[in-house]
Design a binder for this molecule. Sequence first.
Ligand code: AGP
Length: 607
Amino acid sequence: MCGIVGYIGGKKAIDFLLDGLTKLEYRGYDSAGVAVNCGENIFVEKAVGRLDSLKEKLKNNLPVGTIGIGHTRWATHGRPSDLNAHPHSDCHKNFFVVHNGIIENYLQLKEQLIAKGHKFISETDTEVVAHLLEENYHGDFVLAVRDVLAKIEGSYSLLFMSKFDPDTLIAAKQDNPLIIGIGKDGENFIASDIPAIIPFTRQTYILNDGDIAIVKKDSISFVNRQGLPIDKKIFHVKWNAQAAEKGGYEHFMLKEINEQPKAVRDTISPHLNGKVTFNELNWNADFLNDINKIYIVACGTAYHAGLVGKFYIEKLVRKLVEVDLASEFRYRNPIVDNKTLVIVVSQSGETSDTLAALKESKRLGAKTLAVTNVVGSSIAREAEFVIHTAAGPEIAVASTKAYTTQLISMFMLALYMAQILKSVPAEEIERLIKLLKKIPAQISETLSDVEPIKTFAQMYGFNDDVFYIGRSLDYCVALEGALKLKEISYIHAEAYASGELKHGTLALIVEGVPVIALATQKSVYEKTLSNIKEVKARDAIVIGIAAAGNTSLEKYLDHVIFVPETDELLIPLLAVVPLQLLAYYAAITRGCDVDKPRNLAKSVTVE
Ligand code: AGP
């Protein structure tokens, strides 16, 4: 996720650009930059790091031009740096573009452009768009942009500025948001999100996929990809500024729970083209056959994702996997050598326990792979291999979309390894890929009815103890559900392998204790059912999470939440969603600070 801004009017563009980027910094903060048309030249300034670094550079050097574009970055391709900061331009600095999204076919386009003599200075996918515009511009700005859009694939919101067309900005939208603010006295505004615009106007146009906006200081018009005019209705924004930053949601956590379909889709799309690909790994059978042991090492939610990753790799690749808490791993003299692959999982890429475990693994000679959400993070830079999740910035302390994108990344990694080693028949891989593609829509379906979960949270949100039980992958998800509830509602929640209850914990199951029973795994369903009966016999209140269609379970439960049917390997991506929502609404019921729970930090950079 990145933040885009644009201004055209009678005032200095830089004022809106910096104010707008400040309001959008929650969308990404790896680097920032502006480009302002000052007549004879285009003023450009960029800075790696937070927006303040850019403001520092601009302090005594503010451009006076009245048309400009700006960007605050969340890196997806190319680590955070001045060179990779947007805006990006063509060889002759006549065209400038800022971008939010992923150009999936940028590598082949870049090769074609280099072959035609174009010189690239950054590692980003976005720079390709600027050179494409140079290639296609023959005097008609709109036509050139349409030709560029016809060549690129992926998700994007783009804002273009041309030295030859100083009275026009052009915006294009596909999958990522873009809004036009309708100014009053000869000025107009463009931004990725409403918070940047509402201090100046509440009259807006919300772009739809395929829309192209031609923005001048006194007019705003729209065409589609074929150049045909589009009529758009004005949207009057009623939100207040703070609500707008959360996209209208009350908390970042709820916004991020609801962003999961898109986050998972964005994480999948660069790695699927008929089969699973990881060009950034480029592994082969020799490399994988040389590995005789795999560790997955992480903390907190990332550790819970690692537990699921173990199932994926052991089932599909048939290689031994151990999962370790990063804070324990390096103190137990782990058995690691050059035939070991250590996979570290970290949303922030800065967790000190995980970074230290990674460094120790490298010291012991292991091959290392990082699965992280932050390009250019310490863990991403330290690992030999890196896979990036595309969750976008996760602001809430409680990790949600990072977890589901970590799961899908490890599922794809296991499929990728299985393709190379032929450890799974091709038709089975094809079947799993088909199911994988349905997951974003199935997460949306799971999010579509939150009312029962809200009710459960209100009914049981004041209990002091809650238990989560499950077997196999359900146990892994139970651990994540319990952590969510603990960390934001402060309820004492424990997850147990349901087969383990009779070995002690059953003593705590008394009348009225809420038990969340995950029962999605067909392979252990009968055993799970007997455990549910065990706790019901002690008059617990049991809320079940089950796969759609399993109506036989209802008679044993007080309540049940169904998630869509899919392969039991993929159901964790769906089963976790009601648990995230249950934790969220329980915290609301108890009046807790959902996004910033007590004693916790988003990234634990201390041991
Ligand atoms: C999860 O909701 C917590 N915020 C915490 O457990 C977190 O997952 C853990 O600190 C690991 O963070 P990382 O993924 O950034 O390494």
